[in-house]
Ligand binder design. Structure first.
Ligand SMILES: Nc1ncnc2c1ncn2[C@@H]1O[C@H](COP(=O)(O)OP(=O)(O)OP(=O)(O)O)[C@@H](O)[C@H]1O
Ligand SMILES: O=C(O)c1ccc[n+]([C@@H]2O[C@H](COP(=O)([O-])O)[C@@H](O)[C@H]2O)c1
Length: 223
């Protein structure tokens, strides 16, 4: 059986404790490494508040000393929008990767929006999904009809089912809900509200040092 590659894609603008809780829960449930993959130019949202190098640097700080969590820079190396279908096709084109089991780790709020992703139906031929519940977005809420049709017959409960096939299965990741959001965190920094408790101290220090997400955003310093 080939080992499972799990990609946890996100804008991570910035990474926060909610992201880390999911990455750890997935690592412990699936018993494999989780690759946190920052998007260079994330589709379907305004440009991030911090540039990709800052977001990747914060991820490195957040996972320092954690076993089986790593930063995956494959989307940073590519020009243009970070469409997931392109990332997965590039991966599959790599030597010996056609049959590798690959899973995308996503929050339920992202998964519900899947029909808006580029060539979204093709994603089920390219990867499995591991879907983490998120406050306000449990997976069992009513899915859009087109998505519900795709989900039918793909749900599995045993992580071993993901290693047994290259793509196409969906594993719900049930874990305690955590309410952090990067949007809320950026607003807090800009608005002078408490925010440091929402992410690891080295990441908070980095945000301060580089003056990220301030109201006077033009003052953000380069790396
Ligand atoms: N607190 C959380 N609980 C569960 N999933 C989360 C949480 N925060 C983010 N995620 C998931 O992590 C992935 C990356 O999220 P993203 O980087 O957009 O963070 P975010 O907090 O949602 O940011 P923003 O508020 O800027 O949209 C998505 O799949 C999202 O659903
Ligand atoms: O490929 C797409 O069309 C697409 C649309 C929206 C989001 N994604 C990916 O989903 C992941 C989470 O996105 P976000 O915006 O919630 O940080 C990240 O890896 C994005 O690149 C991908």
């Amino acid at each position: 059986m080939r080992s499972l590659l799990v990609l946890y894609g996100g804008t991570f603008d910035p990474v926060h404790n909610g992201h880390l809780a999911i990455a750890r829960a997935a690592r412990d449930r699936l018993r494999c490494a989780i690759h946190l993959m920052p998007a260079a130019d994330p589709p379907h949202r305004p440009p991030p508040g911090a540039d990709a190098r800052h977001r990747a640097a914060m991820l490195e700080l957040a996972i320092a000393g954690e076993h089986d969590l790593c930063v995956d820079r494959r989307e940073l190396a590519r020009d243009g929008r970070s469409y997931t279908v392109a990332t997965l096709r590039d991966l599959r084109a790599g030597e010996g990767a056609a049959a590798t089991p690959v899973a995308l780790l996503v929050g339920a709020d992202s998964f519900v929006g899947l029909p808006a992703w580029k060539e979204w139906r093709a994603l089920f031929d390219l990867a499995h999904f591991v879907v983490a519940e998120r406050a306000g977005s449990p997976l069992d809420e009513t899915l859009p009809t087109a998505l519900a049709e795709q989900v039918a017959g793909r749900l599995v409960d045993d992580p071993a089912a993901l290693s047994a096939a290259p793509a196409g299965r969906i594993l719900p990741l049930r874990q305690p809900l955590s309410g952090e959001s990067a949007t809320d965190l950026r607003r807090r920094v800009a608005g002078g509200l408490p925010w440091r408790h929402l992410l690891p101290a080295p990441v908070a220090d980095y945000i301060d040092r580089h003056r990220l997400y301030r109201d006077d955003a033009d003052t953000a310093s380069p790396l």
